[in-house]
Design a protein around this ligand. Structure first.
Ligand SMILES: [Zn+2]
Length: 389
């Protein structure tokens, strides 16, 4: 170890994480009346200012805030964006105190400890370690602490209007594995039309709910076919009906049935492909049933993520893992969707790397504190390798 190698200040990291857990940042779009990110963004802004970063705390929507800090490089190196969300899901039904930050057996408990204040605290600690050691990378290091990941990713969308970097790391929990792929999703709506009639007049009525059943049966068949398509890290894509609504009263043929559905996508799949899949199903039902009338509407989608494992950011991260953790972690994939896909879409190759924990969005949530320290150590090394020093 050279004289001024970065050293993670464990005590400071512990206090930082506990302080962040104590700041309520429940996403108000998920939980009406939720506190939002104003307090935590202001707090992070102060911490970054104390590290002499260039800091901007911005209101991106009423009471929703991003906090961005830049450790300006000496020049000539690659820039790196460390992205983390500061919002959490709600605390109702939790069986532990959500904001106390209880510490037992190496675990720090509380809402957001795992998802993902542990990762954010590690990002801050990594930059602090460089500043403490007087190490200034060649390229810029950007700390992008964003709002609203748990709902609509407003924070990262706004961040990407002004911020670009040569690579990104999102510190969602990965058990200290290097995650290079995750699924995307597509939402769609199918409105099935029937003909309303008195329940005693079958010749006049067309039952929209029973017709919708034909579509649902085909959806199940589609799910079976999708199992044949697999990705080495992500497994098969999937489809499920999310909501159904229809009918007016017991004695009337329903003239309307609405099904909303979600299709989870693999790299290489997109909304246009899903639209074709669903249109094919509707066309086939129509060819067998003259009375089947349905309209498909594509609602919203987010892309999947797949990063080339030979990219410099992946190599830098794995090298740092080897050095700091004493092992090279396997590549992993995640089934859920993350902000990393938005970064990649904006041309910033992004991997996910973060601590070990349990109970994200659950009744009991904790993060293993040692894994937060390890995350910070790996990040500090990765910055030096990737951005140059
Ligand atoms: Zn998260």
């Amino acid at each position: 170890m050279s004289a001024n190698a970065p050293v993670i200040d464990k005590g400071n990291l512990f206090d930082t994480l506990r302080a962040m857990v104590a700041i309520d940042s429940v996403n108000p779009s998920l939980v009406p009346g939720g506190r939002g990110e104003a307090d935590i963004a202001a707090w992070l802004g102060e911490r970054m200012t104390a590290l002499v970063l260039e800091v901007e705390v911005t209101e991106i929507a009423p009471s929703r805030y991003n906090a961005v800090g830049i450790l300006r490089g000496t020049g000539g190196g690659r820039s790196l964006l460390l992205n983390g969300h500061t919002d959490t899901v709600g605390v109702e039904g939790m069986t532990i105190p959500p904001f106390l930050g209880d510490y037992r057996d190496g675990r720090l408990y509380g809402r957001g400890t795992m998802d993902m204040k542990g990762g954010v605290a590690a990002q801050l600690a990594a930059v602090k370690a460089l500043v403490d050691a007087g190490l200034r990378p060649k390229g810029d290091v950007i700390l992008g602490f964003v709002a609203d990941e748990e709902y609509a990713s407003l924070g990262t969308e706004v961040l990407l209007r002004t911020v670009r970097a040569d690579a990104g790391i999102v510190c969602e929990p990965t058990d200290l594995g290097v995650c290079v792929a995750h699924k995307g999703f597509v939402w769609a709506r199918v409105d099935v039309a029937g003909v309303a009639a008195h329940g005693s007049r079958p010749l006049e009525g067309v039952d929209a709910i029973v017709k919708a059943g034909k579509f649902l049966a085909e959806l199940e068949a589609l799910e079976e076919r999708l199992k044949e398509r697999t990705h080495p890290l992500l497994g098969a894509p999937s489809v499920h009906a999310s909501t159904i609504r229809g009918g007016r009263e017991l004695s009337t043929y329903p003239d309307f049935c609405r099904i909303e559905l979600e299709r989870r996508t693999l790299p290489g799949e997109n909304s246009a492909l899903v639209e074709r899949e669903l249109q094919t199903i509707l066309r086939e039902i129509r060819s067998r049933d003259n009375n089947f009338r349905a309209n498909l509407e594509m609602l919203f989608s987010r892309p999947p993520l797949e990063v080339d494992p030979s990219l410099p950011i992946v190599e830098a991260l794995r090298g740092a893992c080897s050095h700091v953790l004493g092992r090279i972690p396997d590549f992993s994939g995640m089934s859920g969707w993350l902000d990393s896909a938005l970064l990649a879409e904006a041309g910033i190759p992004t991997v996910i790397f973060g601590p070990t924990g349990y109970g994200l969005h659950g009744a009991e949530e904790f993060v293993e504190f040692d894994s937060v320290v390890a995350t910070a150590g790996v990040l500090a090394e990765t910055i030096l390798t990737f951005c140059g020093s």
